[in-house]
Write a protein that binds this ligand. Sequence first.
Ligand code: HMG
Ligand code: MG
Length: 298
Amino acid sequence: SLPKKVKIVEVGPRDGLQNEKETISAELKIELVNRLTSAGFVNVEAASFVSPKWVPQMATSGEVMRGIARKPGVIYSALTPNMKGFEAALEAGADEVVIFGAASEAFSQKNINCSIAESIERFREVALAAKQNNIRLRAAVSCAFGCPYQGEVPLSSVSDVVGRFRDLGCDEIDIADTIGVATPNKVAPVMQAAIREFNIDGLSGHFHDTYGQALANIYASLEVGITIYHSSVAGLGGCPYAKGATGNVASEDVLYMMQGLGIETGIDLDIVVDAGQFISQHLGRKAVSRAGNAIAAK
Ligand code: HMG
Ligand code: MG
């Protein structure tokens, strides 16, 4: 049977907006985060402390983190590829830092400019600092289902990286379909490989919807017992280092499906729909959520 309850991590303000070409004001990002927490999300990925030369849109992350109306009980997460990022996240008051590696060597080089092994050494310092400062530690495993540069990614690479992240003391590990290539039959083997290395309650499904498979892949993950999912309001996003990648699965679509399945999320779908329409209007386009647009049109 499927889980009765899941945690949905809203990643739109980070994964969604990081790829936008036009500069988005910190004010608008702050308003978006506040709307999302008022909808009931208890974990929002709000910032990314990476090199502004690599991802210019995230350069205002400190301002965004400091400007948010902090809601008690909400975990505000930030990406931190190295100690420089960690120091900035700490100063900005992040509750959780996210180290991000890959199951593909080629993607690791393109995304963070180092090998998988080198990345783990960099992350070791960050992990230690997070523990010392009582900050939650999460890790993302990119390209767990396929890589834009090397194609196939063996299951053994997923197990290996998940095991290394476990050994760094991660509280949560994200199994990411960076370029949205997975189909539902591919989900169980990859998730099982991760489950063999890490406790199932700490694993999440991070699905991009590039090929329209994300909801089906989430359903397949529910069937193996995964209880944490990432989604992006209005389906915002893409990845600057994965050409052609589109956004994460839309939060509205995931919430609609969970509601229909009778799975508790604690999130008010109507408020999320409004937030999705709000940000899409500001970006000058239609929201990329079928459920969101259907509900908004009523
Ligand atoms: P590098 O060039 O190898 O690093 O980049 P470096 O240590 O040689 O530093 C180069 C310059 O960057 C220096 O500045 C540093 O100070 C600066 P300069 O002296 O040239 O003026 N720098 C920084 N500035 C601000 N914050 C920092 C920082 N670190 C160095 N933390 C680095 C290595 C990792 C920094 C770089 O490759 C980078 O920033 N990459 C960003 C990649 C990224 O953000 N990708 C998107 C997020 S991941 C994602 O979306 C996938 C995910 O959603 C899961 C999935 O879907 O797969 C999570
Ligand atoms: Mg992503």
